[in-house]
Design a protein around this ligand. Structure first.
Ligand code: GLN
Length: 306
């Protein structure tokens, strides 16, 4: 496995100069694009790593899965009165559909949907940012995970688009807390700084019917874990979800920090990271790494198990 991972990274390395690091969050624009790492957590407890697997990066929208899982674990099906689970076919930060569909976001992985989920969590927790941080530490078995205050502040300073979405939803009666407070929590989650190893470990429960192998806790029911995986497969990569299903064929979630997490139900959780992005805001090299990985090692959920 180790040699195969190394060979895949070596093959993909020429792509590193082709993408662009996220420019709209100034603190992320400074990240060195020539970094590439992968970690695979297998359910029998083994960890396989290559490249910059232990370098922390900004998880950004990967955090939307953790927020969703928190919301499902305390409010269950009730959350779907506030948003849907259909793919949007639009960019992650698009406002277009939100107006037409009367402030009800298509799914929890576009920004509008993640903001509604944060609003739900804001009503539930006294300190939502700390609750999230502690939840993530627990899932990963790493008590040193922190949110990067510089990144969170940089996002807050450039919050206009996310604020616009939140106020639009408020105008439609689909936002219950103070917009600024929810934005602060949301940016805190996005700014969590984690390595590929952390993220792969943190998603192991989704590959394992909701049961977290490191903490021994049942985080979600098997049915709920399957549903979260389904939403990742259909909406995790925004308007590129179809491309990701075609090329990789796994439930996945990307972030503009360049991380992509993927789940192979019953077998592995995987995190690949490379900061330079394609036009849809997904890691350019990361997509290719996962494509080669699904071809050579993991298979896809759309094929027979290799
Ligand atoms: N924090 C980012 C934003 O709100 C997250 C976007 C992403 O990773 N796709 O724009």
């Amino acid at each position: 496995m180790q040699d195969m991972l190394q060979a895949i990274l070596d093959q993909v390395r020429p792509l590193l100069s082709q993408g662009q690091v996220a420019q709209y969050i100034p603190a992320l624009a400074e990240v060195d694009p020539h970094q590439l790492g992968i970690a695979i957590c297998s359910l029998d407890g083994q960890l396989h790593c290559a490249g910059d697997a232990r370098t922390p990066f900004s998880i950004q929208s990967i955090s939307k899965v953790f927020s969703l899982v928190q919301a499902i674990s305390h409010s269950g099906e009730e959350i779907w009165t506030r948003l849907g689970y259909e793919p949007s076919g639009q960019a992650f930060n698009s406002l277009v559909q939100l107006e037409v569909e009367k402030g009800r976001p298509r799914n929890p992985f576009i920004n509008a949907g993640a903001l509604v989920i944060c609003d739900i969590n804001q009503s539930r927790y006294a300190t939502p940012a700390l609750s999230m941080r502690d939840f993530v530490r627990h899932l990963c078995g790493n008590p040193r995970i922190v949110s990067d205050a510089v990144v969170a502040e940089s996002e807050y300073q450039h919050r206009a688009r996310n604020a616009a979405m939140a106020y639009l939803m408020q105008a439609f009666g689909n936002f219950h807390n103070e917009v600024d407070a929810v934005l602060r929590s949301y940016f805190h989650h996005c700014a969590l700084s984690m390595s590929c190893v952390d993220v792969a470990r943190g998603f192991a429960f989704l590959a394992n019917s909701g049961y977290c192998p490191h903490s021994g806790a049942q985080i979600l029911s098997p049915r709920q874990a399957q549903q979260v995986n389904a939403i990742m497969a259909t909406s995790g990569l925004y308007d590129e979800a179809g491309n990701f299903a075609y090329r990789v064929g796994l439930p996945g979630k990307s972030g503009v920090g360049g991380g992509i997490v993927a789940v192979v139900p019953g077998r592995y959780s995987i995190c690949v990271w490379s900061p330079a992005l394609n036009a849809s805001g997904n890691s350019l090299a990361g997509m290719r790494v996962l494509e080669l990985l699904s071809e050579r090692i993991t298979g896809s959920v759309f094929s027979a198990v290799p």
